[in-house]
Design a binder for this molecule. Structure first.
Ligand SMILES: [Zn+2]
Length: 387
């Protein structure tokens, strides 16, 4: 039996802040589970001290085999032929970056090389606190369409149930590449959706039959309509969102992971890709519209979830999830709502045990040097994993 008592001045439990009035708080942990929380705790009772604690963060959309800090386009494409050892090295470095950012759970969003499965298994076998990785293995895409680095081809008319069966042998979730990427210069999504609502519905049904959730890379109105009609579990990216789509997503409890970071990087560093003034204007309009729709999603009760698309150019694992929380704050979410998108909500949606800081919760506790409820910049400061 191992026991540990953490004394915190204030904390976020996964849903709400517990302020200074009843603090300091003594969080008692036995064998990895929170057993009690006492108010007005004495220092003498504690093994560890922290100004503020919260549950470890969940990153809902990352590509662990890709280094988001690598900005050189040629080196990025050469890396896709780098081989397994180099990719595993990058994935391990990304795990460390996640740990430094207070991330304890990562949902990988696909890679063709199986690094996501390998790093998941490596983490699961690790002694002591680990970063739990969920992996979809390979995503599903149409031949000759976007997504070759992260997905396998599904021909028109293919037996999707058999394909999903095969994937579900190892996958925690099923990833679908439903649309193309955004053509920033044109300010629109490239091409029609890769799957129609009926095919998509068959993939979602096959995933659900195997107890897997289906999450879909999707931007643009056509793709969003198909995703909602097929009742995917989560819309990833969702650029060119509308309030009507969001209202339907709220009604159907479809989650939204808006991944602001990769587009924000293109806008903030336009010279790297050589964007002209018109394209920079498109990027700004896309970001402004996204922010308004994030605000609407919050107001309407859509299941907003934080995911950064880490591994994309300029989107660094760990740090970018914190950026994503700031994008939510910029859209007007209160701090507790923003933190919920990376703590209790993804765990509930993914059917995982609660890590809420409450009796019975699994102890995955991260300390900050100050409360982000007093100053949001504390989120960017040093983080220590205490349990
Ligand atoms: Zn992605």
């Amino acid at each position: 039996m191992t026991e540990c008592r953490i004394r915190a001045q204030t904390y976020f439990d996964g849903r709400a802040e517990h302020g200074a009035a009843d603090g300091p708080y003594l969080i008692s942990i036995r064998d990895g589970r929170i057993t009690s929380i006492d108010l007005h705790a004495d220092r003498a009772q504690a093994d560890l001290e922290a100004p503020f604690v919260m549950p470890g963060l969940a990153e809902a959309h990352a590509h662990l085999f890709l280094d988001g800090g690598e900005l050189n386009t040629e080196r990025r494409s050469a890396f896709l032929a780098a081989g397994r050892d180099d990719m595993m090295r990058v994935a391990r470095e990304n795990i460390v970056r996640c740990e430094q950012a207070g991330v304890t759970l990562v949902r990988d969003a696909g890679d063709r090389y199986g690094i996501n499965d390998a790093i998941r298994d490596e983490q699961a076998g690790r002694e002591g606190p680990q970063v739990v990785v969920r992996s979809p293995g390979l995503g599903l895409k149409r031949p000759k369409r976007y997504g070759g680095f992260m997905a396998r081809d599904v021909e028109a008319g293919a037996d999707v149930a058999a394909i999903v069966d095969k994937i579900a042998e190892d996958a925690d979730d099923v990833k679908i590449i439903l649309t193309g990427v955004i053509d920033f210069a044109a300010g629109a999504v490239k091409g029609p959706p890769q799957f129609d609502a009926q095919e998509l519905g068959a993939i979602v049904a096959a995933a659900h039959a195997r107890g897997r959730r289906a999450f879909a890379h999707c931007s643009g109105l056509e793709g969003l309509r198909a995703a909602v009609a097929a009742r995917v579990d989560s819309v990833e990216h969702g650029f060119f969102m509308t309030t009507d789509i969001l209202d339907e997503m709220a009604d159907r409890q479809i989650a939204w992971v808006p991944t602001v970071s990769p587009v924000h990087f293109q806008w903030a560093q336009p010279r790297l890709a050589g964007w002209d003034e018109a394209t920079i204007g498109n990027l700004r309009r896309i970001l402004d519209s996204h922010r308004e729709h994030i605000a609407h999603a919050h107001a309407r009760g859509v299941e907003l979830v934080a995911g950064s698309d880490a591994g994309s150019p300029g989107v660094v694992h760990g740090a970018a999830l914190i950026d994503e929380l700031f994008h939510f704050l910029d859209a007007g979410l209160p701090m507790a709502a923003a933190l919920t998108t990376a703590t209790s909500r993804p765990r509930r949606l993914w059917g995982l045990p609660s890590t809420d800081i409450a009796p019975g919760g699994e102890a995955q506790i991260v300390a900050l040097d100050a409360s982000p409820f007093r100053d949001p910049r504390a989120l960017r400061g040093a983080k220590r994993r205490l349990a």
